[in-house]
Design a binder for this molecule. Structure first.
Ligand code: NOJ
Length: 503
């Protein structure tokens, strides 16, 4: 609650909380044992109400994580369902008899590794868990399940939350015939075990869009609320979740900058152009640079390139979703095996998501101000927290945080950035990506150097521009457009006063 003013100061419009519900914490709260309460670790329902109120007083929206695909195995629904094959809640989950050899009914694998089926000795059947064994999948073919989960959404909407980030909506329906998933011909040793199979029969099944439309109808009933969907690439798949009539999620998360391994000007331009081209008419774009499931951007690219990446992220057309701590340049923290919390990490240490989930770095005091000194947080604080934290960076005119805040301020001030068109600009230097944002007669040019060396960008136009911001935060003012000089890792935001380049 005490940090809401910081978020406003930074320029944030909406806050998304990862799951806050009662949970045995087998998967950082994504294993929920009660969908309509708050885990005592985080407070009470009344605290949540106060948070919503205080956020709204500051013009901040509050978005919750809605996890419809599974419950915890400690949820009363599952406790009941596993009692017997005839229990009235049995069909709320997905059960199969053993195969003739006693093994699971098919080859489906869990996202965290191993079979997606767990044998339940008491009832002699297997239950399905596409994630951890403690996260049994709900059966969305059962209409009582749908009704119960839509009621969960209403419970929170009635309390005033502004919408949901929906966890893996594409996985809600599974193949009715439970066919084996085919092997992925492109999988190679070292890739995530889960990607060894193609999710042909466990994702995007016929009927899924109807369910997402129903979710949207629940939310629309409350007026100005938002639905964000966690939809993984490929791009063609992602954009389908806008809905044919733009009647599914408002924002299917665009995770391409998080997932594409090659960070080079050409590839990023290609992603931007393909995405802009694939968006259905009227759909609003969005970008994600880091999240709680993949290494932080400042680790993937290094802090120098990460500054430039923030300029890309915050000047592309669409809504950006920033992962906490990225704004101060937080990096992954190496976690020793005995401190590991993440079920995926326990299965495969190299894929642990703990390194990107360490405590927020607020200040230089012990535990970085995340929790009182003397209390041990779940995961250790980064060694460099005394250099990279909010309190220190707020007073440094060239800090990572100052850069992010300035970008957010400019974004708000310039309609070209907040709502203008997006157009990539050809130029001969392959290490740089240049694009234009335009609204009415306001033109902004963004030039990004993906290399650590100085570069020159030549543009077809001879006009004069005005440099609004360098990611080095050390220069601004008039700038000739015909030949723009960039230092290593530098990004520039330039406003055109007279002669926009031809594109
Ligand atoms: C996606 C979430 O982002 C991830 O953190 C979680 O482990 C799985 N869904 C299961 O809920």
């Amino acid at each position: 609650m005490s940090k809401l003013d910081y978020l406003r100061w930074l320029g944030v419009d909406a806050l998304w909380l990862s799951p806050i519900y009662p949970s045995p914490m087998a998967d950082f709260g994504y294993d929920i044992s009660n969908f309509t309460d708050v885990h005592p670790l985080f407070g009470t329902l009344e605290d949540l109400d106060t948070l919503v109120r205080q956020a709204h007083q500051r013009d901040l929206k509050l978005i919750l994580d809605f996890v419809p695909n599974h419950t915890s195995d400690e949820h009363p629904w599952f406790q009941q369902a596993r009692q017997s094959r005839t229990n009235e809640k049995r069909d709320w989950y997905i059960w199969r008899d053993p195969a003739p050899d006693g093994g699971p009914a098919n080859n489906w694998t869990s996202n965290f590794g191993g079979s997606a089926w767990q044998f339940d000795a008491q009832s002699g059947q297997y239950y399905l868990h596409l994630f951890d064994v403690k996260q049994p999948d709900l059966n969305w073919r059962n209409h009582e399940v749908r009704r119960a989960m839509f009621d969960v959404m209403r419970f929170w909407l009635d309390r005033g939350v502004d919408g949901f980030r929906v966890d893996v909506p594409g996985a809600l329906l599974k193949d009715e015939q439970f066919r084996d998933n085919p092997l992925n011909p492109d999988w190679k040793a070292g890739d995530r075990p889960y990607t060894r199979q193609l999710s042909l029969y466990t994702e995007d099944q016929p009927g899924i869009h109807e369910i997402v439309r129903e979710m949207r109808a629940v939310v629309d009933h409350y007026g100005e609320r938002v639905l964000i969907g966690e939809i993984w690439p490929p791009m063609e798949r992602m954009v389908q979740y806008y809905g044919e009539q733009l009647d599914e999620v408002h924002l299917p998360f665009n995770l391409q900058l998080v997932l594409r391994p090659t960070w080079e000007a050409r590839t990023i331009r290609q992603i931007v152009d393909e995405y802009e081209g694939a968006l259905p008419r009227g759909a609003w774009p969005n970008w994600v640079l880091s999240n709680h499931d993949r290494p932080r951007v400042a680790t993937r690219l290094g802090r120098e390139q990460a500054r430039m990446a923030q300029m890309l992220f915050l000047t592309l057309r669409g809504t950006p979703t920033c992962y906490y701590g990225d704004e101060v340049g937080m990096q992954n923290v190496a976690i020793s095996p005995e401190l590991m919390q993440d079920p995926e990490g326990k299965e495969n240490a190299q894929y642990s998501r703990d390194p990107e989930r360490t405590p927020m770095q607020w200040e230089s005091s012990p535990n970085a101000g995340f929790c009182p000194a003397g209390v041990r947080p779940w995961l250790p604080v980064a060694d460099d927290f005394q250099t990279y934290n909010v309190a220190v960076e707020q007073h440094d005119p060239r800090s990572f945080l100052t850069l992010v805040r300035t970008l957010l301020t400019l974004r708000r001030a310039l309609p070209a950035l907040s709502m203008g068109s997006q157009q990539s600009i050809d130029q001969p230097n392959p290490t740089c990506f240049v694009y234009q944002r335009q609204h009415a007669d306001e033109h902004c040019l963004v030039a990004l150097n993906f290399s650590a060396q100085d570069q020159v960008v030549t543009l077809p136009e001879q006009g004069q521009g005005r440099l609004l911001l360098s990611t080095h935060l050390d220069r601004e003012g008039p700038l000739p457009l015909s030949e723009v000089h960039l230092r290593g890792n530098e990004g520039l935001l330039i406003e055109f006063e007279t002669h926009p380049p031809h594109v």
